[in-house]
Design a protein around this ligand. Structure first.
Ligand code: CTP
Length: 408
């Protein structure tokens, strides 16, 4: 029996120092929450605010949340050399402007430097201190050719534009221009720091259970939560891949930047996977596909009652999706999962041969279904390797690194 170990919380930004710049906009209220998210993820945060930002939120709030005095002026007397714009960026791993107003973006695009925040953006060591910009403005301001031109210029200059999101705006209008939510900004920043081991690759992932209907209200399914597959989708996207996720019925949120195709039955999953597979570099089959489905689907709910016999379910086998992809003339690099209750390695070796794939990831099904952590064993022709118990995203990132190494 494996001990129930709860892995330590993942500190995705441990050791990172972030300069968080606020320019003027109502989205400044979200910057407070974002500061908290950054600190919770292990980062140290130095907040810098423009004068306009101070009209929306006080430096005291951000000082309390970041546990550091906020900078608002290039004339700040705290710096012995009077060069806050240099000092602040030399220790930073990234400068994040959230919110970035239309005016501030215009300033950055022109390389102007008439306040501390714009000054430090210009003075940062461009090779090792990234600039990430989260626009926040009314939809007309965002859509204006000047703003679009300025953002295009910022991208050319090496900055990363985060979002913006779409939806209801503070002004009452609806459209593009909302600042991304704090959790979305955090996911973007964490992804920014991940190694780009799958840059330019196409990755297809199947995840979750399938649901095989018996009648309009019942069906056959299993206890797969989809968490491992969704974590791999996120890790692959963080690593720079274009990710397609074919998901059975699970209530999980789609990882940022991932294309999701929802399916119900094994046959629907087969159809979606086979349509996408020829264009892929990698296929990771994490789905717990139902092996069988009812031979016939009752059109009406099957009723019980006096005189009615217990219905007998006749089953037929579902197609093996992983084996079918592995049999393509030019298959992507195929990775299978083996969820077992016993004899893990023996079953994993058997699946390696039976499915004709180069890598099987073995785990104990009942110990992982629905959990946030897991332990994996990678089994291939050369041998086996353990990935010790950790949260699923940590394991997913390790697996992505392993896959990328095998592609090279
Ligand atoms: N798989 C699949 N299509 C199926 C069944 C399985 O693509 N119809 C994939 C799973 O996504 C997984 C691997 O094959 O990557 C192994 O799945 P598993 O259910 O463990 O193996 P089975 O072949 O179904 O064998 P068994 O149920 O007897 O263990």
């Amino acid at each position: 029996m494996e001990a129930a170990v709860t892995p330590a919380a993942r500190l995705d930004l441990a050791g990172r120092h972030i300069v968080l710049g606020l320019s003027g906009g109502i989205a400044c209220y979200k910057a407070a929450d974002f500061t908290r998210e950054l600190v919770k993820a292990g980062a140290t945060v130095q907040v810098v605010m423009t004068q306009a930002a101070e009209a929306f939120i006080t430096p005291v709030t951000l000082q309390a949340l970041s546990n550091r005095a906020v900078y608002t002026s290039q004339w700040d007397a705290r710096e012995p050399n009077a060069m806050a714009h240099i000092n602040l960026t030399r220790e930073a791993d990234a400068v994040v402007i959230a919110p970035a107003s239309a005016d501030f973006i215009a300033k950055l695009a022109q390389g102007r430097a008439d306040d501390l925040l714009s000054l430090l953006c210009l003075a940062r060591p461009i090779e090792r201190c990234a600039l990430l910009v989260a626009p926040a403005m009314n939809r007309e301001m965002w859509a204006h050719p000047a703003t679009q031109r300025n953002c295009a210029q910022l991208r050319l200059d090496g900055a990363v534009i985060l979002g913006p999101g779409s939806g209801e705006q503070a002004c009452g209008e609806t459209g593009d221009g909302r600042m991304l939510e704090p959790a979305e900004l955090l996911a973007e920043l964490v992804a920014h720091f991940q190694p780009k081991a799958l840059q330019g690759k196409q990755v297809l992932i199947s995840a979750g259970p399938t649901f095989e209907p018996i009648d309009p209200v019942r069906g056959l399914t299993n206890r797969s939560s989809g968490k491992m597959g969704f974590a791999i989708a996120r890790a692959a996207a963080e690593a720079g891949a274009a990710v397609t996720l074919v998901a059975g019925p699970v209530p999980l949120a789609t990882p940022r930047g991932v294309r999701r195709i929802d399916v119900g039955t094994a046959q629907q999953m087969f159809d979606a996977v086979m349509a996408a597979a020829p264009a892929q570099d990698v296929f990771v089959a994490t789905a717990a596909v139902a092996d069988w489905r009812p031979l016939a689907l009752a059109e009406r709910k099957i009723k019980k009652g006096a005189g009615r016999s217990v219905p007998a379910l006749e089953l037929t086998e579902n197609p093996d999706i992983l084996a079918a992809v592995a049999r393509l003339a030019q298959p992507p690099y195929c990775v299978g999962f083996a969820a077992e209750s016993h004899d893990l390695l023996e079953h994993a070796r058997d699946k390696l041969a039976r499915k004709g794939v180069p890598l099987i990831v073995a785990n104990i099904g009942p110990a992982t279904f629905g959990q946030d952590d897991n332990a994996l064993t990678l089994v291939d022709a050369a041998g086996q390797r353990e990935l010790p118990r950790a949260d699923k995203l940590t394991l997913a990132r390790q697996l992505v690194a392993e896959i990328a190494a095998r592609l090279r």
